[in-house]
Design a protein around this ligand. Structure first.
Ligand SMILES: C[S@@+](CC[C@H](N)C(=O)[O-])C[C@H]1O[C@@H](n2cnc3c(N)ncnc32)[C@H](O)[C@@H]1O
Length: 457
């Protein structure tokens, strides 16, 4: 009977015993079982039977054969591993062969890995890079790898950039968890781009915002859709500059509809989230997630009425009950763990997301209606975003503050806020007694642009 114990016994019993066993059991699952359970191999292990298995029809057997050859660390097998790395028809087997070559850490292996850098499959190239990075500092290796900076594949480019070209941070820049006092709990009544231009690089931890919808309300009139998208691109380029390394931007938008001008024309729908996305990617935001905010059907405009009468295909217009929360991270070569490690133990404990958090990307939340502002965030929506994407003591920014829901919620959750709002009516609304109480009368500063300029001098 084939058992783990039996395999172990044969393995240590001297040369050839496993080879004989393999001859006896030719079916794929037995072969896989034997190879999987070989574990560490003794120095004098005879692996010649493995060469035959490199041509086995089952890819899992071939994968384990390659893995086992790698464990032998015998340079004699390098040409065969190279052949498998270049020619096997299964990517995982090829990848494993590259990994086995790398694990040998020999000069000959280094030469083969350098050749493999020309492979068409980026996964194979990345595996070869991994093997070569063991020799980082060797001129030949460094030169071959640096040449991949302009590689066609983005993963390859990112790895090379991180290894050889990433800038070392200026030691004098502000610690990651801190923010400037002149930005804490401040609302500025001005154009957001003009205000952001006054801020230093890497000033804020999180941005959550809902931009003005293209020509959908009085406060958002633009000469063309292109001009509107370019305006947003300029806003998010500045947000990118003032965002700290590896931190998040969450943009709430949805496709909008501009009504027809007469019955002789049709209405036009603009897919805002999809059109802003390429701009954001291009300027250095990394796409992380798409969260769908779902509202009850009764709360949205009825578009399906006409169709319900006639049921004519092509004229189907579903009620839009969703909006998007597109989640982006400022591109960096640092992992999220790096961001988290910047906080002390107590802050990490205090910021833990409480039980009852949402586990899916569909957030069912009722919309909120306000007498003064026509498009306010529900507090629950802000609460989730702030809790899931920031730590206590962080600075949260909303460039399009409106009634200030992001600010009020950030404050309640132990974060600081910085808001810009162009419209005096909404600025005054935030400042008004009722709203101000929610903000906290003592601490919040409501400033004009000139007053703000004074505070940051
Ligand atoms: C969709 S609303 C945001 C509502 C907000 N989320 C809330 O909870 O009340 C967009 C806001 O952006 C403001 N806005 C538009 N263009 C602006 C600009 N260039 N700078 C600053 N604010 C602007 C509008 O006046 C409007 O109040």
């Amino acid at each position: 009977m084939l058992t783990k114990e039996y395999i172990k016994e044969l393995k240590n019993n001297g040369n050839g015993a496993i080879g004989d066993l393999v001859k006896e059991y030719r079916d794929s699952s037995s072969l896989t079982f034997i190879l999987e359970n070989l574990g560490q191999l003794p120095k004098d292990f005879d692996g010649s039977f493995l060469l035959d298995l490199l041509g086995h029809k089952n890819s899992t057997v071939r994968l384990w054969a390659v893995k086992t050859i790698g464990k032998l660390g015998n340079e004699e097998y390098l040409p065969l591993l190279k052949q498998t790395a270049l020619n096997d028809n299964d990517t995982n087997v090829r990848r494993e062969a590259v990994s086995s070559i790398g694990r040998m850490r020999t000069k000959k292996g280094q030469t083969i890995l350098t050749e493999i850098l020309q492979d068409n499959d980026p996964k194979i190239v990345c595996q070869a890079i991994r093997g070569l990075l063991v020799f980082k500092g060797d001129n030949e290796v460094d030169n071959s790898l640096k040449q991949l900076l302009n590689h066609e594949n983005e993963m390859v480019r990112t790895v090379i950039y991180k290894e050889y070209f990433a800038e070392k941070k200026d030691k004098n820049s502000q610690p990651h968890t801190e923010s400037y006092d002149y930005l804490k709990n401040v609302v500025v009544n001005a154009d957001t781009i003009e205000t952001m231009r006054l801020l230093k690089d890497e000033s804020i931890h999180l941005t959550f915002t809902s931009p003005p919808y293209y020509n959908a309300r009085d406060y958002s009139i633009y000469p063309s859709y292109k001009a509107y998208l370019e305006f947003l691109a300029n806003v998010f380029r500045e947000v990118h500059r003032i965002t700290k390394e590896g931190r998040f931007l969450i943009v709430n938008t949805s496709p909008i509809i501009i009504p027809r001008i007469s019955r002789a024309h049709s209405s036009k729908r603009y897919p805002i989230p999809f059109d802003i996305h390429p701009y954001l990617m291009e300027m250095g935001w990394e796409f992380i997630d798409d969260i769908v905010w779902m509202k009850p059907e009764a709360s949205v405009k009825n578009r399906i009425g006409g169709f319900q009468q006639h049921r004519k295909p092509l004229a189907y217009k579903p009620n839009s009950v969703t909006e998007y929360l597109m989640v982006y991270r400022k591109s960096t070569d640092k992992l999220l763990d790096w961001n988290i490690r910047q906080y002390d133990w107590q802050t990490v404990q205090d910021s833990k997301v409480p039980e009852g958090y949402e586990t899916t990307n569909v957030w069912k939340i009722d919309p909120c209606f306000d007498k003064v502002h026509s498009a306010v965030f529900p507090v629950e929506l802000c609460k989730r975003v702030i809790q899931y994407y920031s730590y206590k003591g962080d600075l949260v920014f909303d460039p399009f503050a409106g009634s200030g829901t992001v600010g009020k919620t950030a404050k309640k959750l132990g974060r600081y806020f910085f808001l810009t709002e162009k419209d005096k009516t909404y600025f005054d609304y935030m400042k008004s007694k009722k709203s101000k109480e929610m903000f906290d009368t003592i601490e919040t500063k409501f400033l004009t642009l000139d007053e703000f300029k004074e505070t940051i001098k």
